[in-house]
Design a protein around this ligand. Sequence first.
Ligand SMILES: Nc1ccn([C@@H]2O[C@H](COP(=O)(O)O)[C@@H](O)[C@H]2O)c(=O)n1
Ligand SMILES: [Mg+2]
Length: 346
Amino acid sequence: MQKAGPGSLQVISDFDMTLTRFAHKGKRLPTTHNILNNRLLINEDSTKKMKELLNTYYPIEIDPSLSPEEKLPYMVTWWTEVHELLIQQRIRKDMLAQVVRESSAMLREGYRVFFDCLAEHRVPLLIFSAGVGDVLEEVIRQNDVFHPNLHIISNYMDFDHTGVLQAFKGQLIHSYNKRDVALSHATALRELHGRPNVLLLGDSLGDLNMADGVSEAQNILTVGFLNDQVEERKESYINSFDIVLLKDETMDIPNVILRHIVSPEMASLSLRGNQSIFFLPHNSSCFACSRSLSSSTFSLSSLGVITPSLLRSWFWNMSATISSMVIPGFIRPFPSETCSLINSPN
Ligand SMILES: Nc1ccn([C@@H]2O[C@H](COP(=O)(O)O)[C@@H](O)[C@H]2O)c(=O)n1
Ligand SMILES: [Mg+2]
């Protein structure tokens, strides 16, 4: 994928709990459907009913002992009942921006690097979501990353001429029918043709089918975010995705993969707190990072071929020089296990 470069690449990603965070400071964050569970839009009874439906069907959605075929009818019931309830509540289009603003939904840390990098290199990003399209668009817009390379397949609301919800458009999309939906959209997504390499991101086993509509796919690299019921589901995720990220609320790994594909000549670099971490470039050269004191720009210079001692000294030097650097999207606490690994004599 790296040899073929960004011109052959497309990214297909799920939205809820893949591009958005699952939790923050120990609190569950909402999906696009749950963002709509706001008293500005729906009454108290419906709020209760939506929660009951979530408590009934979410455990089925993630139950590792049930097959996708067994889960399917329950998913159809869950989505259908919630959509009917939202229609009955006569949701207003002009309130959506406000409920998104009031919600605690967050894109994963490092999201700006991800969205901007894809746009800069003209790599199409297909967001394939069983959530609510109008809400997910608003989340992306409010985070300022709605770029022209974005394509979205989702459940879109149909509003009447006064801006009141009257139906949902097109085929219902739920967690376990993404294959059918992918196949039915295959010809429409012309911009994605001729891009045989796919980076696929998802948090559900149903997301693995999102690339089924890609004609003549050559390589599909799948990354699975395992957010919930980790121990129970780990085995099936490891057997199904190429890379499994356990309770990782960042876009760090997708960003490193992208950096490797779009600019393989540069060290892929990420700075965290007052420590630093960098990812090796494909030719095994190492780069040092320094910041100009007069501006916020920073430069990379080659240090030559990596050796363990060079690595260690680089880390020590960097941690001293970058402690005050602020590079949005890159700074994050550096895990202590990684520090001790880097600083160990071997
Ligand atoms: N009423 C519902 C229905 C579904 N969900 C969750 O939304 C997720 C689907 O969106 P993706 O972007 O991940 O495809 C799904 O995993 C459900 O858990 C919900 O919260 N409420
Ligand atoms: Mg999801």
